[in-house]
Design a protein around this ligand. Sequence first.
Ligand code: SAH
Length: 209
Amino acid sequence: MVVDQIEARGVRDQRVRSIMKVVPRHLFVPEVDRSRAYEDRALAIGRGATISQPVIVAQMTESLELTGTERVLEVGTGSGYQTALLSELAGEVWTIEIDEELAHQAEERLASLGYRDRLHFRVGSGESGWPEAAPFERILLSAAPERMPRALLDQLADGGRLVGPVGPTARQRLKLVERQGSRFEETDLGPVRFVRLRTTSQDPFSPAG
Ligand code: SAH
């Protein structure tokens, strides 16, 4: 599919590249968009959400340096596509989605594709993480907060890695955060544009921006 673009973006991780060839992205997009599922673009999946652009998904997944054993928290299940990749590449995945309809659709879709083991679903806001299951060795955020929620940093294990977009809609940056004890080292991975992370105080259907 978009393996060329993924290579062009500098994604070298063979495990990420091969898993992206295998997970059927067309089954995670609305039927009308199936023919575009292997283009390198984000697509609307309803409820104001989008399935993220494949090269960005590849870049984020690679930056987590997964070996197959990690406990991963994902914020923003959306279509469940990224969840499927994580579940193939990590140990166990806890995924949170604020939109009930999307959450249930993703859970059913993933179950029907055989991704039911080592996956935990929750409907709610990922802002406060998943305290009962913390700490997580990896955290992936696919909606953008203005600032990284403290709870997510607190729930990152020592030596852990977190990746996600941060900042106001027009100026989002993809950040990698590596935790060493009480130190959080941040690397900027470039400009991105994600759905905004909803906060509990915000009108859930207000347009991004
Ligand atoms: N990785 C997903 C991206 C979906 S878009 C995919 O590729 O399909 C981002 C998702 O984050 C949307 O589904 C949106 O509903 C969800 N979201 C927004 N704010 C959230 C919050 N506070 N907690 C959990 N999920 C949230």
